[in-house]
Design a protein around this ligand. Structure first.
Ligand SMILES: Cc1cc2nc3c(=O)[nH]c(=O)nc-3n(C[C@H](O)[C@H](O)[C@H](O)COP(=O)(O)O)c2cc1C
Length: 377
């Protein structure tokens, strides 16, 4: 690993700024060990909770693919199709905290220089449940977890006080973050849901409560498509489906827009970018918008379960990029972070052709406001 890949994020030293996101690639000890052997700078464990978890009867994840030169989109496997997105309705880890605890410790001992982030989630409707957050946080950090990521974004929760339902409620989100910060000795990252109108509002709640970073995005709420022959959803159990989460290439531009909102609102804070990344060319977007690290799920799931080729390409891609631009004096990711953050502006700030002027839907300055006042009076 070249020194140019080394980066610091929330006070932690990363051998490279590329992490596996909390998901199937990080659901077991063997996967995480393989991921570190493959070169990932860090991993976020599959989310650990205290409530019982039972997944659906049948597949939890499928991949939607596009047929080239055709409008056809389908989860059916067929040759020559290109990946459009992943769709999942998988819950958090079905392993208990007791199962995870010795494994966190063993993984950390085997790879002391890699960053192990424990993703945790609990309810938030009572004092007892808020204590669950603290119990999870303490158990994971005591075993050597380098940071905690709060899952405030799981899109599949029925409970109003869990997952993305917390992430949509800035007050609840603030309380949960604060409760964890009370006991945390390691950095706390808050993973927010993109399923909200102004994500900067939720981010403010997390930062005010002391969050050290925001991770975004989790999957976007979505449905599988209906098969025109069977009239069944392409993924279902007994004909029924619930909303699940969309990941992969389709969410890259959507997630970048969320990240742009976040980094503009909090230009000096830390962000971990997630959503649709499978190559350095994608990751670069997140760095330039203001992220210090990025995380990968869908692309890794499709590459030997933990993404050995993906991480090789990401690391090589970053090295080559820095070499290609050697004349600019960039030494690592830190020099790229936020370089294009301020290029995203309001419509009316974009130049019009010739002498034409556009005022963002407002009329000439002063005039519209006066008229409105008169009408009210
Ligand atoms: C099958 C599956 C399971 C996931 N489970 C979790 C989870 O337990 N906790 C979590 O925070 N995010 C979970 N995610 C979300 C991913 O960590 C990631 O935010 C999302 O997939 C977007 O990244 P991608 O486009 O690289 O897939 C899951 C995603 C998938 C596809």
């Amino acid at each position: 690993m070249g020194m140019q890949l080394v980066s610091t994020f929330t006070g932690l030293r990363f051998e490279n700024p590329f992490l596996l996101a909390s998901a199937p690639p990080t659901e077991s000890e063997s996967n995480i060990l393989r991921a570190f052997d493959a070169g990932w700078g860090g991993v976020v464990t599959k989310t650990i909770g205290l409530h019982p978890v039972v997944n659906v009867a049948g597949p939890k994840t499928k991949f939607l693919r596009a047929t080239p030169d055709s409008p056809h989109l389908s989860m059916q496997k067929r040759p020559g199709a290109a990946l459009h997105s992943s769709w999942n309705w998988e819950l958090i880890s079905d392993k208990t905290l007791d199962w995870w605890v010795p494994r966190i410790s063993r993984i950390k001992k085997a790879h002391p220089t890699r960053i192990l982030v424990a993703s945790i989630m609990a309810g938030s409707g009572s004092d007892e449940e808020l204590l669950h957050w603290q119990e999870l946080a303490k158990a994971c950090q005591d075993e050597g977890a380098d940071a905690l990521e709060l899952n405030l974004s799981c899109p599949h929760m029925d409970r109003k006080d869990m997952g993305s339902n917390i992430g949509k409620d800035p007050e609840l989100l603030s309380i949960v973050t604060q409760v964890v910060k009370e006991v945390a000795r390691v950095p706390v990252w808050a993973k927010l849901t993109p399923s909200t109108t102004d994500i900067a509002v939720e981010a403010r709640g997390a930062f005010l409560a002391g969050a050290d970073a925001i991770s975004s995005s989790n999957t976007f709420p979505s449905l599988p498509l209906i098969d025109e022959d069977t009239l069944d959803f392409e993924i279902h159990v007994d004909g029924f489906v619930s909303t699940g989460g969309l990941g992969g290439p389709a969410i890259l531009p959507l997630s970048l827009a969320k990240m742009s909102q976040l980094t503009q609102a909090f230009p000096t804070d830390n962000f971990s970018g997630i959503g649709g990344i499978s190559s350095f060319e994608h990751a670069l977007n997140y760095f330039l918008l203001g992220c210090g690290t990025v995380q990968v799920c869908t692309a890794a799931m499709l590459d030997h379960a933990v993404g050995p080729n993906v991480i090789r390409e990401l690391s090589a891609g970053l090295g080559q990029f820095l070499e290609k631009h050697a004349d600019r004096g960039w030494k690592g990711v830190a020099d790229l972070v936020g370089l294009r953050r301020d290029r995203v502006v309001a419509q009316s700030k974009i130049r019009r052709p010739g002498e034409k002027d556009y005022r963002g839907g407002y009329e000439a300055e002063g005039y519209a406001e006066e008229k409105e006042l008169r009408i009210k009076n």
